[in-house]
Ligand binder design. Sequence first.
Ligand SMILES: NC(=O)c1ccc[n+]([C@@H]2O[C@H](COP(=O)([O-])OP(=O)(O)OC[C@H]3O[C@@H](n4cnc5c(N)ncnc54)[C@H](OP(=O)(O)O)[C@@H]3O)[C@@H](O)[C@H]2O)c1
Length: 278
Amino acid sequence: MASLLILGLGWAGEFLAELLDSQATDISYAATTRDGRNHTIPWSLGTDPSNVNVSRLPIAQTVLVTFPVLDPMVMKALIDAYDRKAGGASQWIILSSTRPFNSPGTNDRHSPLDRSQDPERIPAEDVVLARQGSVLHLAGLWGKQRQPKGWVGYFTTKDALKHKLLDRQLHLVHGKDVARAILAVHLGVQKYTQLRAQRWILTDQRCYDWLRLFLAWASNDQITILQHLLDYDQDIQKKWGRHQTLHRLVKEGLKPRLDSKSFWDSFGLVPTTFLAIE
Ligand SMILES: NC(=O)c1ccc[n+]([C@@H]2O[C@H](COP(=O)([O-])OP(=O)(O)OC[C@H]3O[C@@H](n4cnc5c(N)ncnc54)[C@H](OP(=O)(O)O)[C@@H]3O)[C@@H](O)[C@H]2O)c1
């Protein structure tokens, strides 16, 4: 029996595979992709709950689902079929986003979920929780080819930049810390039953400010638009006051939107990889 089965060896899955490959432990794993590239098991989860096929999947203690499952009946059929094959209940982890944690102020894992933000994936996550599994709500993923410096260039229009001025918080977690977190959940829930059946928020415990990213990496045109918004846009002035500058706002700091302390404390870890904005 493998320790971990990674359903979907994509970006996050690869960080986990690298961590497991690098560790001198007995944590074995198997992984799937839809096309079976790089010696992975070719496997795909369809949309028909009556047609979920697990015959190719090896049995593992923990199954990690790295992609959104958009139908609770499909999730249920997958777990049922897998448990039948395994001859007992297996442990499940599913990755999700932090989008539904959008209450005003700082959200922790006990804050209300805005189900309308992810109406398709949340019901499938509920199935995982009902089976004593874990849901990891990941903040913005970065590492390797995903570099926040490269994201700055996406915001070129006045509207896009205004949106960022109004909503400045950026929460991130590096792929290496995602991998460490998944491994910790795999090991932790076996030891401590109170850690099972929980939703967790995962960030690097910092709150970055989009304005700092813009000051470091934006073009002159983008900076000009941002300052123009500060000088003339009523919504922006209502939020941040008149006669503001980008530098002053950055200095004043921000209240985080997300708080993931509970995750790191519960699993006895700390995040290790942070974005340097320079
Ligand atoms: N991007 C972000 O900043 C962000 C932030 C928070 C949370 N998230 C969430 O974090 C999770 C992991 O993200 P990621 O970037 O690692 O995803 P990814 O690179 O797209 O990897 C997903 C993997 O799942 C596989 N897959 C997708 N649909 C499948 C299906 N129907 N049946 C079987 N396999 C399927 C893909 O197969 P192939 O390799 O064959 O394509 C891929 O290996 C996702 O749930 C994502 O929504 C992302």
